[in-house]
Ligand binder design. Structure first.
Ligand code: GDP
Ligand code: MG
Length: 212
């Protein structure tokens, strides 16, 4: 099929970024959309939007991504952002325990409002642990307790960011074609290529690739 036709046949997939303020949502999206990382990332006011086309085994998926601000004062608005979302990336900073607690809040909120939204639990800023600048406050296994796909990323080191979004697009196509459903199982998204660069480090994030 030629590319123009593939684009015409592409399916839109609404993705929302949720999580505590400072958990790394905007940097994750910036890395994915523009392959860049800005240490002076500014707090997002309200919500920002970005879209990108990804090729999957079954065709093109147009990821339409909403980046929400996690601040308390926007909580009531957040439900508007995740309405009809097909996927939610729920971020926590791996070096901040409070960030993990907030993640539980978001998971419950999305699950109760959007039954068909597939949830991706994302532990961010893994580079801070590798570089021994901060200590790990959330263990890899803890990310897997939510019956959702889980992954550890670093937007700064460009670790697991593209694989996460690619997985969302692949899963979306599978869900769309009825091969899998959007809820129910825990799965660590482990990508051997992207973790190779950190193979000598003892703390490289998920070490298993279970899919149940
Ligand atoms: P948001 O409020 O969830 O959108 O968080 P931001 O994406 O704005 O990031 C908050 C802070 O964490 C900023 O100072 C970023 O520079 C920093 N940050 C985000 N991602 C990473 C990362 O992967 N590694 C490191 N070292 N810092 C990060
Ligand atoms: Mg932000």
């Amino acid at each position: 099929m030629d590319y123009a036709r593939k684009v015409r046949n592409s399916r839109p997939c609404k993705v929302v970024m949720l999580g505590d303020a400072g958990s790394g949502k905007t940097c994750l999206l910036e890395r994915f959309l523009h392959d860049s990382f800005d240490v002076k990332s500014k707090p997002t006011i309200g919500a920002a939007f970005g879209a990108k086309m990804l090729d999957t085994e079954r065709g093109l998926v147009s990821l339409q991504i909403w980046d929400t601000a996690g601040q308390e004062r926007y909580l009531s608005l957040a439900s508007l952002y995740y309405r009809n979302a097909q996927a939610a990336i729920i971020c926590c900073d791996l070096t901040e325990r409070a960030s993990f607690k907030r993640m539980e809040y978001w998971i419950k909120a999305v699950r109760s409002a959007e039954k068909d939204c597939k949830i991706y639990v994302c532990g961010t800023k893994a580079d801070l642990i590798w570089d021994k600048l901060r200590s790990r406050a959330i263990q890899s296994e803890e990310l897997t307790i939510f019956k959702a796909s889980s992954i550890e990323t670093s937007s700064k080191a460009n670790y697991n960011v593209f694989p996460l979004f690619q997985q969302i697009a692949e899963d979306f196509e599978q869900i769309y074609s009825g091969e899998i459903n959007s809820t129910g199982s825990s799965r660590s998204l482990y990508h051997s290529n992207s973790s190779k660069q950190h193979a000598n480090n003892n703390d490289t994030g998920p070490t298993c690739c279970s899919s149940s």
